[in-house]
Structures are given as structure tokens and as C-alpha cells.
Write a protein that binds this ligand. Structure first.
Ligand SMILES: Cc1cc2nc3c(=O)[nH]c(=O)nc-3n(C[C@H](O)[C@H](O)[C@H](O)COP(=O)(O)OP(=O)(O)OC[C@H]3O[C@@H](n4cnc5c(N)ncnc54)[C@H](O)[C@@H]3O)c2cc1C
Length: 425
């Protein structure tokens, strides 16, 4: 057991992603020199997934109206409401600016740092944390609790047991495990009797049985200017504009992310999910049918679809592929049937792509297990934050915003918990 300084509050933050780093900052700011805040991280450096997010430009948050913003978290919205209101997108922008990184609103309403990178922001943030006295224990892998509630870490110097007055677990989800977050915490937390919803891929691709012919010619092809739709389990239709890429396994791309949770629910309940594509969202169905009916007999179908409906070759290939799978040939379809295919092309999804390649994770610690400050009711003094909690959201900055907001809330929870009369020293 590492010896403790009895005059200091000892706070352990386990997991050095955005949620853990932010919780550490809040706690260090509040306690100053009267606490020792240590971030324990299994990797050799912190913030690896945060850095990876910077490769895509680092979409920090979104500028839309707060109620719409909150609705992106679906059924978890009421559970995140207080944390997000207390640390809304504007506050995240100000926080970035306090670290010398100005932000801007892109044309889609998404918010990015002007540098489009994580590294300068993370560098400035880590320097500030060190100034605040936060310590970093790297290559420390959390392995659970020993019988006395001490944290057990596997370190380069062997197993170490650490006692802390309060703990924040911010161990992330299970996507991109090579960056450190592999969801192995789930079994450890469940040993404490805490309910954890299964960790599943979110913002990920789906599998689909393409024909060999289609894959040979279309693997890697982009499908642009689409409107995607699907039904949820209650039968309600959800739709979203977007783009897709044909992959060896099926389909991938931002267009799927907004519908991902409904598609996943269908797959889990029924073993299949139907994605429907409008390949020509700028024209209504009647106009598409009218143009098809007016097609000159001598013009080939694909030339006509390209010239008159501005469909790109991959979209035309997809119509042929879907028709073949339905036992039809698109060239022999009547105008009304072909128009239907173009405006409402059904694709049968057979599964989800691997969580290892997903952008984020659905599932996690059930909200019923935590109080308003994300403290585990069954393990008082132990707080959780970030993707570990049972929420999901599409891409658009919603992921990082919720990680920061829950990190702040958990950090404030620690401050309140240790500030209680008679607690600490
Ligand atoms: C390719 C990609 C692009 C993305 N782009 C964006 C984007 O533009 N905008 C956006 O909002 N979100 C984006 N995200 C998602 C965002 O990066 C995550 O939601 C966010 O990093 C989660 O933060 P977190 O602190 O909860 O967990 P993480 O960032 O996963 O951090 C958890 C930390 O805990 C450590 N850890 C795990 N287990 C242990 C253990 N047993 N012991 C010790 N340490 C452990 C891990 O090594 C890790 O450092 C992207 C994700 C990916 C994969």
C-alpha cells in the first residue's frame, strides 16, 4: 500500500480522457493545495482518443438551440439535462479559449477549434493541470478493488494498492481499444453489484450481404446526396440526410450515425434491420416517375439515370444490386416501380460492424445506479463520468460535450462529497 499524507485529501481520477481530465481540473481548482489529485492512466500518455478525434478536425460541440441539442441524447437526455445545462456548448467554447484555442461555428453548425486539432489544446490543458498540482500516474492499469476498497493497479513496478478519499472513474467506452478504452472495467464494476447495460457499437458501420459482382465494382464507392430512413421498434419513421461508403462488410458513414440506435435496436430484436434510401431527395416521387416515363426507348437505363436524375454510377449500381436481391432486373421495371426503387430503396442490414472500429459506445453504467452528481449509490465516494455512463449520441460534437459536462459534474460531486462536515480532515 502506498503511504498516505494524512493532511491531504487524496483523490484518484482513473482514466485520462477528456472526462477524467476535466473532473481532475474541477477538483484541483476547488481544493488547491489541500488535496492531492492523481490521474491514473493505463497507457503511456493521456488523451489518446481525444487526439484521434482531432484527426477529423475535432468537432468539439454544436451551436444549435439547447433543446434540440439535448434531444440528440435520446432517452438519456433527461439524465444529462442538468449536467449539460451547467456546462453548455458556450461554456466549452469559453473553456477552450481560456487555453488559447479559439473556436468557430462551421457551416453545419458544428463547432471546431480554429486549429482543427487536438494537440495544441491538449498540450495547454496538461500544462495547466500540472500547474494546478494534478499528478499523472501513467502505465497504471486499474484492476479493481481489494477487500478494503483500495484501488488496485498493475504498474511497471508491480501491483500497487491506493487508498483515496474519493474516486472518479472515467474509463471510456469500448471502441478503438488500441487507444486504451476497452470496456474491461465493466466486469470490475459489476462485481460491486452495479448494473451496466451491454457495451455496443455506436456511430459505426453495419453489415450487409453484397453480391460478389457488386463488391468487385463498388467496394469503397461513395454514395452521396442521400436521405436515409428506418423505423424504430414502435414503427415510427426516422430519417436523416447523409452520405455512405460501400465497404466489404456492408455500409459505413455519417449518414448512418443519426439512425444507428434505431437500426441497432431492430437488429437486436429481430435479427435484421431495414435501411431505406432516397437516392434522389431533391425530386419528389411523381417527378421521378414522370421523367422515367418520358425516357427515350433507345437510351440505356444507366445513361438515362445519370443524365436525367443525376444519379452517380455507385447509386445506379445499388439500384441494380437491390433489384437483383429482390429477384428482379431494374431494366424491366415499370416507371412507377423504378421510381419507387429510387425514392425508397430497401437494404437489409444483417449486423453491426465491430465495436473496435466504432466511433463511440452505447450502453454503460445505468443512470439508476448514480445520483445527481454521478456518484454510485452502492459505492459512495465513487463517481463516474464520460462514455462509461449509459448514453449515446450521433457525431456532431455531442460526444465530447457530454464527456466534458459529466466530468465537470462528477468533479463537483467529489468537491461536495469531501466538503461535507466531518469528512476528509
Ligand atoms: C475516430 C474517432 C473520432 C472522434 N471524433 C469525435 C469528434 O470529432 N467529436 C466528438 O464529440 N467526439 C469524437 N469522438 C468521440 C470522443 O473521442 C469520445 O467520446 C471521448 O474521447 C470519450 O471520452 P472519455 O473521457 O469518456 O473516454 P476516453 O477518451 O476513452 O478516455 C478513457 C481513458 O481511460 C483509460 N483507461 C481505460 N481503462 C483503463 C484502466 N483499466 N486503467 C487505467 N486507465 C484506463 C484509457 O486508456 C483512456 O485514456 C471520436 C472518437 C473516435 C474513435
Amino acid at each position: 500500500m502506498t503511504p498516505r499524507d494524512a493532511t491531504l485529501k487524496e483523490i484518484a481520477v482513473v482514466g485520462g480522457g477528456p472526462a477524467g481530465l476535466f473532473a481532475a481540473e474541477i477538483i484541483a481548482q476547488a481544493f488547491g493545495v489541500s488535496a492531492r489529485v492523481t490521474i491514473y492512466e493505463r497507457m503511456a500518455s493521456v488523451g489518446r482518443k481525444f487526439l484521434l478525434a482531432g484527426r477529423g478536425g475535432l468537432n468539439l460541440t454544436h451551436s444549435e438551440a439547447f433543446d434540440l441539442f439535448l434531444s440528440r441524447y435520446g432517452s438519456a437526455a433527461p439524465r444529462l439535462d442538468a449536467a449539460l445545462r451547467a456546462f453548455p456548448p458556450q461554456a466549452l467554447r469559453q473553456w477552450c479559449e481560456s487555453l488559447g484555442e479559439e473556436t468557430f461555428v462551421g457551416s453545419s453548425g458544428r463547432i471546431f477549434p480554429k486549429s482543427f486539432k487536438t494537440s495544441p489544446l491538449l498540450r495547454a490543458w496538461l500544462a495547466r493541470l500540472r500547474e494546478q498540482g494534478v499528478r499523472f500516474a501513467l502505465r497504471h492499469e486499474w484492476r479493481g478493488f481489494d477487500g478494503t476498497k483500495a484501488l488496485v493497479f498493475d504498474t511497471p513496478d508491480g501491483i500497487q494498492r491506493i487508498e483515496a478519499d474519493a474516486v472518479v472513474l472515467a474509463l471510456g467506452g469500448a471502441s478503438w481499444p488500441r487507444l486504451g478504452s476497452d470496456g474491461s472495467w465493466k466486469a470490475l464494476v459489476e462485481q460491486g453489484g452495479v448494473e451496466v447495460a451491454p457495451l455496443l457499437p455506436a456511430n459505426s458501420g453495419f453489415t450487409l450481404a453484397w453480391s460478389e459482382h457488386f463488391l468487385r465494382s463498388r467496394e469503397g464507392a461513395p454514395l452521396k446526396n442521400l436521405r436515409l430512413s428506418c423505423r424504430d421498434l414502435s414503427g415510427a419513421v426516422h430519417s436523416s440526410p447523409g452520405e455512405l461508403t460501400v465497404t466489404h462488410q456492408g455500409l459505413e458513414g455519417g449518414g448512418l450515425y443519426a439512425l444507428g440506435r434505431f437500426l441497432r435496436e431492430n437488429l437486436l430484436a429481430n435479427g435484421e434491420a431495414w435501411l431505406r434510401l432516397d437516392l434522389c431527395p431533391d425530386l419528389d416521387r411523381e417527378e421521378v416517375e414522370r421523367r422515367i416515363a418520358a425516357r427515350a426507348v433507345k437510351q440505356s437505363l444507366s445513361t438515362f439515370l445519370r443524365k436525367s436524375l443525376h444519379l452517380a454510377p455507385p447509386a445506379i449500381g445499388l439500384i441494380n444490386e437491390a433489384s437483383l436481391q429482390m429477384g428482379e432486373k431494374s431494366a424491366t421495371l415499370a416507371p412507377a416501380e423504378l421510381a419507387e426503387r429510387i425514392k425508397d430503396l430497401p437494404l437489409r442490414l444483417t449486423g453491426m460492424a465491430s465495436i473496435a472500429d466504432a466511433i463511440s459506445t452505447a450502453g454503460g453504467i445505468a443512470f439508476d445506479e448514480v445520483d445527481a452528481f454521478f456518484m454510485l449509490r452502492k459505492l459512495p465516494g465513487l463517481f463516474v463520468a464520460g462514455e462509461m455512463l449509459d448514453w449515446e449520441a450521433p457525431t456532431g460534437g455531442y460526444l465530447l460535450q457530454a464527456c466534458f459536462a459529466t466530468g465537470k459534474r462528477a468533479g463537483e460531486g467529489v468537491v461536495q462529497w469531501l466538503g461535507r462536515e466531518g469528512h476528509g480532515q
